[in-house]
Design a protein around this ligand. Structure first.
Ligand code: ATP
Ligand code: MG
Length: 342
């Protein structure tokens, strides 16, 4: 079976963008593929953070995966830092990653600009190398992510090819390695809709955990009245009717897409339904649709969070399974790169 990996950073509360761009799709993929879903805590320290909140957000994010429908009889769920191989492989890959590749990354440019120089550690620059390790360790075939991760996925693919070229092939066979390549070259799976959910306060920037304004996003755990309030206050425009794909109406396109995805209706159906609608009518429809979609997830979340032993078991089991696969790859890389075996 083909293998899939994906993860979310425990940097804040999981929002609709993370859900529609990534997590929601994991639920269908786990029926067909071998799936590993992790909480990428090592990534979450690349900008200033509160240590106490890191562990809380890590547990909470794991519980959200399960509440959204990740099924532990089909998928392994684990915490990235519980599998040592991620950090270890990152070092090996760092040594062969051209700095020029990292300097070109849009996420680095954006996040470092917002954070200010004194808050930018080397980890923010080398973030994509850790992400490549997360993926390549598992010889993954596909990685379901939002559109913002496309560039990091391209770097991952190039890095896999570079390592295969530098250390794989005949050279590796001479070292006693089996198979032609060290890493499988993975492909991103970017959904046709929901890949880039936009901020509620600015239809031109993506919804993000790290946006300082909570008004800019719908968190999966937002209570009903908060959802209602955020939709009531979100940015709209003053043109008549509602439509998809008008570049002058990014907020309109975004909110219609969200409505489409949480109701499960087709784009055509939503376009027809909302064509002559005013914002007031649409906002109350959207609010109800969001509340109806998120309510069952919130109920399951509370159940899971109330049984901490269960969550610990899931994460331990997931890390054990993941480490088996990851260690095998890591050992191959050490061998191929010529390290003395112990
Ligand atoms: P941060 O601001 O801390 O980077 P984030 O909101 O970007 O947080 P991540 O943990 O970096 O979330 O990303 C987790 C997953 O969610 C990735 O697959 C990413 O592509 C996806 N994702 C993030 N934001 C959006 C969005 N607005 N629309 C669709 N997918 C998104
Ligand atoms: Mg992000």
């Amino acid at each position: 079976r083909k293998r899939i990996v994906s993860g979310v950073q425990p940097t804040g509360s999981v929002h609709l963008g993370n859900y529609l761009g990534a997590i929601k799709n994991w639920i269908t993929l786990q029926n067909t593929y071998e799936t590993l879903f992790f909480i990428v805590d090592l990534h979450a320290i690349t900008l200033p953070y509160e240590p106490k909140q890191l562990s809380e957000a890590t547990r909470s994010t794991a519980a959200i995966y399960l509440a959204c429908g990740v099924d532990t009889s089909k998928s392994s769920v684990f915490v990235q830092s519980h599998v040592r191989a991620h950090a270890e492989l990152m070092w090996l890959l760092s040594a062969v990653t051209p700095i020029g590749w990292l300097n070109k990354m849009i996420q680095f440019k954006e996040k470092s600009r917002k954070a200010g120089d004194e808050n930018v550690g080397a980890g923010l620059l080398t973030y994509p190398v850790l992400m490549a390790s997360d993926i390549l360790l598992y010889q993954s075939d596909f990685v379901p992510v939002g559109a913002d991760q496309k560039q990091h996925m391209e770097l991952t693919r190039e890095l896999a090819e570079r390592v295969n070229y530098l250390y794989g092939g005949r050279k590796w066979k001479k070292m006693g390695g089996r198979g032609g390549s060290i890493f499988k070259v993975p492909e991103p799976l970017i959904p046709p809709a929901g890949a880039r959910v936009m901020s509620l306060t600015d239809g031109l920037s993506k919804m993000s955990k790290s946006d300082p304004s909570d008004q800019s996003r719908i968190n999966l755990l937002d209570p009903k009245d908060v959802i209602k309030n955020k939709i009531k206050r979100c940015k709209t425009d003053s043109l008549p009717g509602l439509e998809f794909d008008n570049p002058d109406r990014p907020e309109c396109n975004n909110l219609l897409s969200v409505y489409q995805l949480v109701t499960g209706k087709s784009k055509e159906e939503v376009a027809r339904e909302c064509h002559d609608m005013n914002w007031g009518t649409f906002k109350s429809l959207l609010t109800d649709a969001l509340i109806n979609h998120l309510h069952p997830i919130q109920v399951r979340y509370e159940e899971i969070m109330s049984d901490s032993a269960y969550l610990d078991d899931v994460l331990l089991d997931g890390a054990t399974k993941a480490a088996d696969i990851a260690d095998a790859t890591l050992n191959n890389v050490y061998q191929a790169m010529g390290f003395l075996r112990r």
